[in-house]
Write a protein that binds this ligand. Sequence first.
Ligand code: KIV
Ligand code: ZN
Length: 515
Amino acid sequence: MAEDKVIIFDTTLRDGEQSAGAGMTVDEKFQIAMQLDRLGVDVIEAGFAASSPGDFEAVSRIGSEVRRPIIASLSRANPNDVDRAAEALKGAARPRIHVFLSSSDNHLLHQMRKNHEEVLGMAVESVARAKRYCPDVEFSPMDASRSGQEFLYRIVEAVIKAGATTVNIPDSVGYAIPEQFAELIRGIFNNVPNIDKAVVSVHCHNDLGLAVANSLAAVRAGARQVEGCINGLGERAGNAALEEIIMGLHTRKDLFGVTTNIDTTQIVPTSRLVSETFGFPVQYNKAIVGMNAFRHASGIHQDAVLKERTTFEIMDPESVGWRGNSLVLGKLSGRAGLRARLEQLGYKLSQEELTLVFQSFKSLADKKREVTDMDLEMLMAEERRVTDTGGYRLDLVQVHTGTSEIPTATVRLITPEGTAVSGAATGNGPVDAVCKGVANLVGVEPALDEYIVHSVTGGLDAVGHVTFRLSHNGRLYVGRGADTDILVASAKAYLNALNRLLAAEGAPQQATATT
Ligand code: KIV
Ligand code: ZN
C-alpha cells in the first residue's frame, strides 16, 4: 500500500521574513534554503518575487541552485505579480506559483472594496495565467477561516477548474479553533465537486497560540500539505512551527497514520541557523528546539529518565538533532579533526576556507576550554558574515571603562580598499563608545532600534552573540556578531549592520574616516 504522505511546505523565507524586525540578505536566505533542503522539506517558499528586487533575486537564486524541493514564489492575483513570479522561477527545476487573494467579506468590504464576482474573476484569471507558465499552481483564499463557506467552496472549485493543483486554506488571522477548523476542511472535501484534483493544504497563524493544533486537526480531516515556519516565525504571532507539526505527525503516527519526507535529525541545526540568521533567540521552553525541551530538573524525573528514558521523554533528543553540549574539540585539535567535525555538522570547506576557519578556531580554543558544536556553528556563521558582506573589517577594538571612567573605545577598521583607519570615541557606556567609534570611521550613524546579547553556550567563557537592529532612511538593517568578548561581538555586529547599509545605500557623501 502506498504511504500516505503529508507535504511539508516551508515559508520561513517568505511569511517568516514578514516577522517584524527580520531582514536577511539574499545570501543568508540561500544558506537557509540549503539547510531546508537537508531537512527534507518538500516545498520552499523562497519569497514574493514582485514585492522587491531582493525577493526576486532570492527566488531566482534559490530556484536555480536548490534543485530537489519545489521552489515557490508568492504572487498577488494580478498579471504583473504572476509574470514576475514566473520570471524569477525561470531557472527552477520544480517551480510553483502561489497566488493568493482574500475571500472573506471583511477583507472584501474594508480592504479590497470588491464583490464576490469580481474576486472570483481575478482568482480564476490569475491562476489560469500562472498555469500558462508552470504546471504547479497553488491558490490561497486569504482569511479563509472567516470567509462565508458557500463562497469559499465556489472559489476553490473555480480555481481548481482553472488549473490550481494545490488549494491552501489559510487561517490568516489565527482565529480558528481546532474542531471548527477540521470541520471547515471536511466541508471543503464534502462540498467542492472537483476537490480530488488538488491537494488540500493549510496555513495557520498563531494569534491564539493554536496554529499547530489547528494544522494537526486539519491533517486529521484530510489535509495533505501543511505550511509553516521554522521556530514558528511569521507575521504577528507567527505561523505554525514546522518542527512541532513534523514531530507531532511523527511521534503520534499511531493516530495520524501519515509520514513525511523529513530527516528529523536536521531539525535542531535548522532551528539554530534560522534563529541565528534572523537574530531571534528561541524561547527556552519552546517545544522540540528550546534549550530546556529535553532537560529534566526535578530529581524524581531525573531518576526515572536515568532508569528508562521513555518514562519522561516521548521523543529521543538525538532523533531531532540534539547532540548535547559534548566536548568535541579543544586547543590541541588539529586541522583534520576540525574538518571532520565540521563535515559532520554539514559544512564542506575548501582548503583556503579551512585555513581561515582554523585560525579563528585556534583563537577561540585559546580563550575557551571546550569548543562545542554550537560554538563551531557560531564560528562558521561569523566566517560567512565576514566573507559575504564584504565592506569594512574589524581589525582592533579596545575599551576603557569602569565606575569612575568615561567609557572610551579605540577602534581600527580595514576599509574595503584595504587601508587601515582608526579613531577613538567616548559614550554613555562601553557599547555606546564602541558603536560611536565604528560609526565615526564609517561615516554613518543610523538610529538604534534594538540591541540584544545572549550567550550561545553556558559558562563564563561562553561565546556571546549580539544582534543590532538599526534603521536608516526608513529601512531596517540587522547586524550580527559573535565573540567570547561581548564588546568585540558588539563591534562586529554593529559593523555588520553598517556594511549592509553601505551595500544597500552606497557610501556616505562625506565619510569622516581618519587614517
Ligand atoms: O496568512 C496568509 O493568508 C498568507 C497567504 C499569503 C497564504 O500568508
Ligand atoms: Zn501567512
